[in-house]
Design a protein around this ligand. Sequence first.
Ligand code: ADP
Ligand code: TPW
Length: 568
Amino acid sequence: MTHNVSVEVTDGFHLVIDALKHNDIDTIFGLVGIPITDLARLAQAEGMRFIGFRHEQNAGNAAAIAGYMTKKPGICLTVSAPGFLNGLTALANATTNCFPMILISGSSEREIVDLQQGDYEEMDQLNVARPHCKAAFRVLKAEDIGIGIARAIRAAVSGRPGGVYLDLPAQLLAQTIEAGHAQRSLVKVIDAAPRQLPAPESVERALALLKGAKKPLILLGKGAAYAQADADIRAFVERTGIPYLPMSMAKGLLPDTHAQSASAARSFVLAEADVVVLVGARLNWLLAHGKGKTWGKPKQFVQIDIAPTEMDSNVAIAAPLVGDIGSCVGALLAGLDGAGIDKPDEEWLGAIAQRKEQNTAKMAALLDKNPVPMNFHSALRSIRDVLKEYPDINLVNEGANTLDFARSIIDQYQPRKRFDSGTWGIMGIGMGFAIGAAVTSGKPVVAVEGDSAFGFSGMELETICRYELPVTTIVFNNNGVYRGTDVNPTGGKDVAPTVFVKNARYDKMIEAFGGIGYHATTPEELARALSEAIAAGKPALINAVIDETAGTESGRLTNLNPQSAAKK
Ligand code: ADP
Ligand code: TPW
């Protein structure tokens, strides 16, 4: 007599989805193909959201911004070799910006790849990924999928957040495993990013330094926005009365209209301050490395950061405060009274107020002009005025001039609503960030894009239309990279390296996919189109025609742009 014992089995495909769901991950951004098509199908069948893109870099950028917004790693799924490499730029950018994400790529057969026998999409992906992320793992046995995904999640969000690579060979996905065994192999990550309390003596040192400050300044970076310690940060700023500067993605942590914002007197406060409290901001190129002319008078720094090795990276840090921002700011707040810290001198605040007033008046004069064709200022004035009515809108921003001007002209009112080119000054985040922000928040997104910047991810307009996302893209069309007026010095037929097709109609692109296109040549037309598009909540693109002579090369980064001195 024979017994027909049927053992319930599952496989690698199912286990990957189970492991993600087990850790409350509900969305995958990706692009299908061998060997992960069924993984995407299964994710959808099992109730996850799968958002399919037209290029992996954009899927990766969407995952990265989702990670930044939620403190949970965003997931990007790609095929092997070329798909993986396309996603890698986003993974590296996420790591550079301290955004938690996991790039999961299928890979070809190990035994063929390692002997370099020429497999389909052959590449040693794990080793390629390693230098560009916080951690890189490969899973070879189905029973290790649970632990592999747990490790990836913890690596992405603990300490300084960043990108993690997870390599899943094709044969792993098809591997079968007994269902009970599989179930038991799942790992739920407990307390993935535990609080990290600062040492009490570090807190005392920081308070003592603040106590002695005559011209204190607080600098808020995107680490402060990421930390989601909004109420304590606001209390610290308001209770101390210290003027503050937000880095671009920290705008809105306190509303840009806040009386203590020193943004309109940025150069003045950076040069004049004596004690600067850095909250989740690195002294990298965006802050002139903490030295030189920008920083003027000698100063002392308090630096709050979760990464101990960030301290003294560019200049000496007098009072390092290593820990998570919530805990560190909380500890400072708790110690203010005991340390006897009062509001800063009226002299310091008065000098700042005076500078702000002067600079604001200068800016207002620029913004109020109505040149024909419109320029960056008049176009951004109309966008600023419309967006005032939508304080919870998500704003994506990239380009050179378009980035530099929009950052200073468009006010933010709420935390984690501005997403831009960040630490690398990278072009190409536009549509990926817009899709990631729309999917994650369920709220409208406005993407303010240079025409060159837009081109890097423009094909994702189809993705925006396919998922009917409330994304309005505004293309600042000045016919080229930075501007559209360069000429080919040889008189040859090719246009200059910075020049595009003149008078392109980017609005027609979105119409091809069923979205709404607008063509705007005046600030009034632009404002009307933007209001209408946001109210409709449908995919839209506004081709905003900007004076092609208006931009400067590299925007405000002229000092970083070497130019040939040797002329023939
Ligand atoms: P910005 O570009 O806005 O100046 P950076 O990206 O240079 O900001 O700096 C962000 C910093 O914030 C990084 O050094 C990172 O280690 C730190 N950081 C991120 N999250 C936290 C957190 N929860 N607590 C403390 N520091 C954090
Ligand atoms: C991945 C170099 C910096 S800014 C820019 C480029 C190509 C585009 C500027 O023109 P745009 O904006 O967008 O039309 P505007 O407002 O000045 O007219 N490749 C990558 N990243 C970067 N930063 C570049 C190239 C660059």
